[in-house]
Design a protein around this ligand. Structure first.
Ligand SMILES: [Zn+2]
Ligand SMILES: [Zn+2]
Length: 288
């Protein structure tokens, strides 16, 4: 399978990306990588002007660029750690942003980032796992959420869990049923796959994907690129999904985001309609 879309890309406005990641450059690199659809999904944190101000900067930059690539403008938003099921930025209308990714970057109740090496006690680990799992279940029901960003990454680090099996996998059965019901996609994230700490976790994470597929949950593929060389690079994703018979119908379509995209890029949509009139729905998922 040739993946020609990347639904998770960061810009300079994250405050921690490569300085080359301007919107114009991202589009240029995406064209070089022969992508057909990208989603710019900046973080809701770290932004010097806040999520709203930076979103406007991204949209302004985008308006100045001509491209044949479908460019979606979404956001990667953190959960509100105090109000379970809510996002830490919700001040937008559903037709303004697509896709909305929800991703954990810190341990609930711990004030520690996922990337930090921490020696948690068994009790801490249980508490983190339970909070994470209860929050995630409620987040799936949040109508503003479209995609679960790097699902499970948080609990793979610092040995919160050792593998996806037993009760953990049964929790994912519940997440999958809810994701199907609320039309939330499961992300296959290249950066996550590159940071899985053990072989046991890597192998058993495929059990999670199996559960998602069995429940008919849509997939979304993203590089989570913070630098140009990562855009549209899916070596680990392809390796990960290789045992599964995945086709283009399993991927997120742009149906949910059409309105948003139409508003921002009317001229581009008109051109895409001419080019892909009958294959539009699935071509948008970019899987060939
Ligand atoms: Zn993230
Ligand atoms: Zn990200």
């Amino acid at each position: 399978m040739n993946l020609s879309f990347d639904n998770h890309i960061h810009t300079i406005y994250s405050g921690h990306s490569d300085p080359m990641m301007t919107v114009g450059n991202i589009i240029k690199y995406s064209e070089q990588a022969q992508l057909t659809q990208i989603a710019i999904t900046e973080h809701s944190f770290d932004w010097h002007l806040g999520p709203r101000g930076n979103l406007e900067l991204i949209q302004k930059e985008l308006a100045a660029v001509e491209t044949d690539i479908r460019v979606l403008v979404g956001m990667e938003i953190d959960p509100d750690m105090k109000n379970w099921g809510r996002l830490n930025f919700e001040d937008f209308n559903k037709d303004e942003l697509f896709p909305v990714l929800v991703g954990f970057h810190g341990y609930p109740g711990m004030d520690k980032g996922w990337f930090e090496k921490v020696h948690f006690t068994r009790r801490d680990k249980n508490r983190i796992y339970n909070r994470w799992s209860n929050m995630l279940e409620k987040l799936i029901e949040n109508p503003k959420v479209d995609v679960l960003a790097h699902p499970g990454r948080l609990i793979m680090q610092n040995r919160i869990i050792d593998e996806f099996s037993g009760n953990i996998l049964r929790n994912f059965e519940r997440f999958a049923a809810a994701a199907r019901q609320y039309d939330v996609a499961f992300e296959i994230n290249e950066t996550l796959l590159n940071s899985i700490p053990t072989e046991k976790l890597w192998k058993s994470y495929r059990n999670v994907l199996e559960v998602m597929l069995a429940n008919g949950v849509k997939l979304s593929v993203g590089s989570d690129a913070h630098s140009p060389d990562k855009i549209g690079r899916f070596n680990r994703v392809l390796e990960f999904i290789q045992p599964f018979n995945i086709n283009s119908f399993d991927f997120l379509t742009i149906n949910q985001g059409e309105q948003n995209e139409t508003q921002i890029h009317t001229h581009r949509i008109a051109r895409c309609d001419r080019d892909h009139s009958d294959t539009r729905q699935y071509a948008a998922a970019g899987a060939e």
